[in-house]
Design a protein around this ligand. Structure first.
Ligand code: PLP
Length: 440
């Protein structure tokens, strides 16, 4: 394919990108295979971020590509509004089998943002269906990222994702984030300190009548803010407080789901069962957009009580359970089973931890955090120039054949779960060289 013309560069308003800067020095991907991207100049780039935390099985997995090709030649589109098509039901059943505990009812969406907003709406509507309309408050967390829908940005806590848009949803409060570099810098896995941050939920309950709170939503590991694993015991304590007050607990597993922590879901990894689970990304290995909200059986049952004449939940998308997405997701689950991607991740995660933590002592490295194949190196910023050092490191890595992602002051790393030890060693060395180069 030809490089985009200047008019084409102008026309595409790129998402979450410094458009003008990118377009002065554009870089184009033209192909991908396994662990690598091919760039327009023919060079190979190791994908250290799994696309955008989604290509867990590696790029262009043959089984997923084949399933998509077969599906497009059989059934291109059918809505699930009036009719149903079998793949959506089969996929829901397989996901229900995969899910923790009784999260065995599945609502399909097209993205993480839609999954989050769907989960919030299910939580609010469930309380109302039970005659408990007084529960309208939603509790998020500082520094959280929950996509870009109005529900998601209301409960999220990254200031610049919210404050361009004026007032958001009413009745939203935020827990404090759990980042505590004084006590927890260079923790391996879950930091030891900070379980007490969960008690802020009790404080919010004390300020507002807890009977007004519908749900709490957290990312089990906050991803886009720079990878913050939860302190030991934190998620368990949140669960206990929610149970005490009849509050639903929603896990946003858009990044952590589908093997990235060495288990199917973070819920399994941390042994904490949420009431609702928002997922997307790894569900189709990034091959086509899809999200899914997992719902506990009893919550779903709460919607199935009234008259059978009407719609039970007035919500859904034209492409909920799209045939192509279902085909990709079914194939992805099969790959997970046959190749034990979560097991591969668990097996290589200690090595990932070692190579990342070996960067301690390199120029400007202020912290290293990791769990599963999710990691981050936090840098001290150039004085008065927030984010610039991390961006420079990202750029240098790309020049040297490695894609990582600068998020604020951190460099996030989350390679496909099929990454080898050699590739991890190479990734860490490229990162080390980039840190030194930028500091020189
Ligand atoms: N939730 C979390 C935790 C995410 O990391 C993301 C995206 O990175 C989203 C939601 C939004 O997903 P999407 O971009 O597919 O809408």
């Amino acid at each position: 394919m030809q490089a985009p013309t200047p008019a084409a560069l102008d026309a595409f308003w790129m998402p979450f990108t410094a458009n003008r800067k990118f377009k002065r020095d554009p870089r184009f991907v033209t192909g991908a295979q396994g662990m690598h991207y091919t760039m327009s100049d023919g060079s190979q780039v190791l994908d250290g971020i799994a696309g955008l935390w989604c290509v867990n099985a590696g790029h262009r997995h043959p089984a997923i590509s084949a399933a998509l090709k077969q599906q497009i030649d059989t059934l291109d589109y059918a809505s699930n509004f009036q009719l149903g098509h079998p793949a959506a039901f089969t996929l829901a059943e397989r996901l229900a089998d995969w899910a923790p505990a009784d999260l065995n009812r599945v609502f399909f969406t097209n993205s993480g943002s839609e999954s989050v907003d769907t989960a919030l709406k299910i939580a609010l509507a469930w309380h109302r269906a039970r005659g408990d309309a007084g529960r309208y408050r939603l509790i998020g967390r500082a520094r959280a990222y929950h996509g870009v829908g109005f529900g998601g940005i209301s409960v999220a806590g990254i200031a610049k994702h919210r404050n361009a848009f004026g007032p958001l949803l009413n009745g939203v409060d935020h827990l404090p984030h759990t980042h505590d570099p004084k006590r927890n810098a260079f923790s391996r896995g879950e930091p030891l300190h900070g379980v007490e941050h969960a008690d802020a939920l009790e404080a919010i309950c004390a300020v507002h009548d807890p009977a007004t709170i519908a749900a709490v939503i957290v990312e089990p590991i906050a991803g886009s803010t720079g990878v913050l694993p939860p302190p030991v015991g934190y998620l368990t304590r949140l669960r206990e407080i929610c149970d005490r007050h009849g509050i639903l607990l929603i896990f946003d597993e858009v990044i952590t789901g589908f093997g990235r922590l060495g288990a199917r879901f973070a819920a399994d990894r941390f042994g904490v069962v949420p009431d609702l689970m928002a997922t997307a990304k790894g569900l189709t290995n990034g091959a086509i957009p899809m999200g899914a909200v997992f719902v506990r059986e009893a919550i779903h049952a709460g919607f199935m009580q009234g008259s059978e004449a009407g719609v039970e939940f007035a919500h859904g998308y034209t492409y909920s359970g799209h045939p192509l997405a279902c085909a990709a997701a079914l194939a992805t689950l099969q790959v997970h089973q046959e190749e034990d991607l979560a097991g591969q991740c668990a097996a290589i995660a200690p090595y990932f931890e070692d190579v990342l933590h070996a960067l301690r002592g390199e120029p400007a490295v202020a912290d290293v955090r990791n769990l599963g194949l999710l990691g981050a190196v936090e840098l001290s910023p150039f004085p008065g120039r927030p984010g610039v050092r991390a961006q420079a490191v990202e750029r240098r890595c790309l020049e040297q054949g490695l894609l990582v992602r600068a998020l604020g002051e951190t460099i996030a790393v989350s390679p496909p779960l099929v990454v080898s030890r050699d590739q991890l060693a190479g990734l860490a060395e490229t990162l080390r060289a980039a840190l030194r180069h930028v500091d020189a």
